[in-house]
Design a binder for this molecule. Structure first.
Ligand code: NAD
Length: 417
């Protein structure tokens, strides 16, 4: 949908440039912050079920580890590109610093369409990819997690492949695993649940009533479904949702559990009983209190930003809004809660999973959710107070906090040699 000129990496650098200027940062430090420490491109030859060989391309981009091991998801999508992975890796660095967990930032991806692959082909490509990047990842080096079109099963294959190479079981090499393999209670729901907690805090601080407020969610996968279910349980009216095939609308409110059951049965939210069919473009432009983009990047651009009628946007997805669109939304008085705050619940519970794994512990769902809630509420208030003090928008404030923590860490470490 992007009609904007910049590629994702230039977009990310542009945001940091604004931030660096506000912080009066020395040019050399800015250069370090926009550079990626290591970039790995791997080719992945796979024998498909029909006997043919196809060679896929995979990436693992490690942006910065000044504050701790690299951390970031793995995405399987036919539109994955190096620039996209570079920008997502940078975003992980700022996100981990913003919520103050001891990780750096990384991201990975494979250019493939999982909808055209069998389960066996997905396993082969995951195991080959893990083997190719195995010397660059590890519990104290770089800890992958799921992202778009990857899930707990993908993480189980990654853990197993890495463990076979090491010669012993290493559950802490990835997070987002199945619970039976050391996964954390609450991890699967954490990103969507976290986005709902951030939305609730936003409503509270703005004096908006949460009960009965109208919510539109783009994307009905891990993040979208869990955000919808949590918000529904908080009393919100979910009036529209979408997936890659189409969008549905019901002004009286959709029951997300029933929509999810329909999607499991039919493969899409489309055709849900009693709902009106919309295009994905129309869904984003619905009149509502809260819009939660929870699918791909670059969905709100200079082309459609002027038509957005939501009062507040809570970015469940990574990079759903371009810099040009940010400016339009700002000018139109739409409050935007940025991705690095709004979807940080996922990496927060990934961190809790890693801590449990390295200590050989398993915590209850209550314990995990309490820690998630406490961390997100304090991070939200920290951003809000700084925004009020600095007079910036929420994206620039969140970036300023994250970037300044990473810059401080780099200064304390010094340069070697
Ligand atoms: P997912 O694969 O589980 O779900 C993606 C959903 O988006 C699917 O329902 C798909 O049909 C839908 N979709 C794809 N293209 C679309 C389009 N053009 N219009 C509308 N819907 C479309 O992925 P996910 O894990 O839910 O990730 C969604 C977003 O959240 C991504 O941007 C991801 O980077 C971000 N994110 C995910 C996590 C996590 O823990 N999974 C954490 C932080 C951020």
């Amino acid at each position: 949908m992007s009609g904007d000129t910049k590629n994702p990496y230039d977009n990310a650098c542009g945001q940091i440039k604004i931030c660096a200027a506000q912080m009066d940062m020395e040019p050399g430090l800015y250069e370090i912050l926009i550079s990626h420490k290591m970039i790995h491109t791997v080719s992945l030859p796979i024998k498909k079920d029909n006997g043919e060989i196809e060679v896929f391309t995979g990436y693992r981009v490690q942006h910065n580890d000044a504050r701790g091991p690299y951390k970031g998801g793995i995405r399987y999508h036919h539109e994955v590109s190096m620039d996209e992975v570079k920008s997502l890796a940078m975003g992980m660095t700022w996100k981990c610093a913003l919520i103050d967990i001891p990780y750096g930032g990384a991201k990975g991806g494979i250019v493939c369409n999982t909808k055209e692959m069998s389960i066996g082909e997905k396993e082969h490509i995951t195991r080959r990819y893990t083997t190719m990047i195995s010397q660059f990842i590890g519990p104290y080096r770089d800890v992958p997690a799921p992202d778009m079109y990857t899930d707990a099963q993908t993480m189980a294959w990654m853990m197993d492949t890495y463990s076979v190479i090491q010669g012993y079981s290493v559950p802490e090499v990835v997070t987002g695993k199945p619970i039976g393999l050391g996964g954390s209670e609450g991890r699967a729901e954490a990103t969507g649940r976290g986005a709902a907690i951030i939305l609730r805090e936003t409503a509270k601080i703005l004096g908006m009533k949460l009960k009965g407020s109208t919510v539109v969610i783009q994307g009905f996968g891990n993040v979208g479904v869990n955000a919808a279910m949590t918000l529904y349980s908080m009393g919100c009216r979910i009036i529209g949702v979408s997936d890659s095939r189409g969008a549905i609308f019901d002004p009286d409110g959709l029951n997300p559990s029933k929509v999810f059951a329909h999607k499991l049965e039919t493969g899409s939210v489309e055709g849900f009983q009693g709902s009106e069919k919309l295009t994905n473009e129309e869904l984003l432009e619905l009149e509502c209190d809260f819009l939660v983009p929870a699918a791909l990047g670059h969905q709100i651009t200079m082309k459609n930003a002027g038509n957005i009628k939501a009062k507040v946007i809570v970015e469940g997805a990574n990079n759903p809004t371009t810099t040009e669109a940010d400016e339009i939304l700002d000018n139109n008085g739409i409050l935007l809660v940025p991705d690095i705050l709004a979807n940080s619940g996922g990496v927060m519970v990934s961190y809790l999973e890693w801590v449990q794994n390295i200590n050989r512990q398993h915590w209850s769902l209550t314990e995990v959710n309490q820690q998630l809630e406490a961390k997100l509420v304090s991070s939200f208030r920290n951003v809000w107070d700084a925004k009020e003090e600095k007079g910036l928008n929420m994206r620039d404030t969140s970036l300023a906090i994250g970037v300044s923590r990473v810059a401080e860490a780099i200064k304390m470490l010094g340069l070697f040699p």
